[in-house]
Structure formats: C-alpha cells, structure tokens
Ligand binder design. Structure first.
Ligand code: PAF
Length: 281
C-alpha cells in the first residue's frame, strides 16, 4: 500500500491516475475502526481509487488534553486498510506539511449551523474542521468525499462549506456503525473501561426510547424526559440533548409535518466525551 507523507508525493501520485478515474476521499484522524472501514468500503464501491487521509488535526481541538490523548495508531491503521484493497492510497502528512508555520484556522460562516450543539460546546471546532476539510478537498480534488453520520452536524457543515465555496465534490453521508450494545463506534471508545463501555449502551437505548416518544410528544417534553433518564445515572453525565431540524439544525420548538428531525446528545463517561444522534421521523 502506498503511504504518502508530503503534498509533493500526493500530487505526483494523483497525476499518475488515469484520466476519468473516479476518486473517493475518506478523511480520518486515524485510530481506524469499523465505522471508518464502512466509509472506505462504500468509497471503494463507488470509485476506482480511494484516498484515505490520516491526520489528527490540531486546529479542531479546543482542549489541549483531548488532543494529547487522541489515539495515534498509524501502523495498525495501514495494516487494516492493506487487507481491504489495492486501490487504496493513504495520505498521512505531518502538521508542518499541512499548516507550515501557521497552525491556525480560517474563519467560516456556516449560516448558523455551527452555533449550536458541538459548535456551542467546542469553541472554534468547526472553523478547524472547515480548514482541514477545505485544504484536503483542494489538494486532492476528489469526485466524492465520505463522512459518517455520527458527526451529523459536521456532515451538514461540510455540505454547506462545499456549497458556499463552490468546491466541485459530492459529499456523501454514511450511516452510524454501532457496537453490539448500540454504542456508536468512535476512536474514543478505546479509552473507556470495559464496564463503562458496556454501560454506555444506555446512550443509544435512551435515544431509541426518545424517538418513540417523539411520535406523540413535543420536542420540549422529549428533551426533558432524556435529561431525567441521565439524572438517574452516576456514570454517564449528559452535556446536552438537542432536537433539531436536520437541514437548518435549529432547535425544534414546534414540530412541522413536512420537516425531518434528529435528536443529538453529548455525554461524558468518565473524562471521555461521546456524541450520538438518531433520526426521529
Ligand atoms: O470526523 C473526523 O474524523 C474529522 O473531523 C475530519 C473530518 C477527518 C477532519 O479532521
């Protein structure tokens, strides 16, 4: 498997691909799990070549400790990808290669999509995500780029980014992959104790129950009900529960018949921050 480290090597490899080849991009921060592999498989089924980027992007972390603790497993990631296909190329640049001497974000306007939930609790997070995703899209020029719905807010923001900045690429969202107990796959799950990882299945169980209630109850009632369920838990601390329109991400005050809604949570299990979401209708 080709593992490229520099912009120059990337450019040269991309120019060696035949004209008319479909190119899929799967941007990741490494510590690959079956959620990432589902993105890679979908990309392989829709493109001739797939470029997987592995880069822990410092500008999207608002917490230095979180960045420090983020798992870095490049060797294992490459071994995992190597088993899947010869049509994968990995781009794993250094921070200097991406940012040179200026490790900072651009400022974006995402029409309010970044003002709620993750954007409200993680200052400047989406400017960091926008900066790295725009950089990668412009460097690679893929036909399609793949992102997981676990980060549903991020997915909507990236769709907004390419629309506003006229980047010619199809952004493709892929369903959340879960552990047997319902816990959404995340590189952060590795940091949970065995017991807490089992107990964290409660998050999805609660979201599923919330979905059922949303059929007959108001968003305000459902959010309050979710808060009460987490109050009963000492091991899982709810940071937020929000219910929003899936397009605008504005918090739902009144349900409208022709709109689609989703519920979002962020939960601390010890010092590990987990996010999840579910389609409500
Ligand atoms: O979802 C992620 O892993 C990251 O936010 C992304 C899209 C790779 C940008 O660093």
């Amino acid at each position: 498997m080709q593992v490229l480290k520099t912009r120059k090597a990337l450019k040269s490899t991309l120019s060696s691909f035949q004209k008319g080849y479909g190119l899929g991009l799967v941007p990741t921060m490494g510590a690959l799990h079956q959620g990432h592999m589902a993105l890679v498989r979908k990309a392989l089924s829709e493109n001739d070549k797939v470029l997987v980027t592995i880069f822990v992007n410092p500008t999207q972390f608002n917490n230095a400790e979180d960045l420090k603790k983020y798992p870095k497993t490049l060797k294992a990631d490459i071994a995992l990808l190597d088993q899947v296909s010869n049509d994968i190329v990995v781009f794993a640049p250094s921070i200097e290669e991406i940012y040179a001497k200026d490790v900072s974000s651009k400022t974006y306007h995402f029409d309010g999509l970044d003002k709620v939930m993750e954007g409200a609790f993680r200052e400047d997070h989406f400017d960091g995500v926008g900066t790295i995703v725009e950089t990668l899209l412009r460097l690679v020029g893929p036909d399609r780029a793949y992102f997981g719905e676990k980060d549903f807010q991020q997915l909507q923001i990236i769709k907004k980014l390419v629309e506003k900045h006229r980047i010619p690429v199809d952004i493709i969202g892929c369903p959340i992959v879960r552990e047997a107990n319902g816990l959404a796959l995340s590189s952060r799950n590795e940091r949970l104790s065995k017991n807490l990882r089992k107990e964290a299945g409660f998050i999805y169980k609660t979201l599923k129950a919330a979905k059922k209630r949303f059929g007959t109850e108001s968003a305000t009632y459902v959010k309050e009900w979710v808060r009460k369920q987490f109050e009963k838990r000492e091991d899982l601390r709810l940071e937020y529960i929000e219910i929003t329109d899936i397009e605008t991400l504005t918090p739902t005050l009144r349900k409208l018949k022709n709109r689609k809604y989703r519920a979002f949570v962020a939960v601390y299990a010890d010092d590990v921050r987990l996010i999840d979401n579910i389609a409500l209708n």
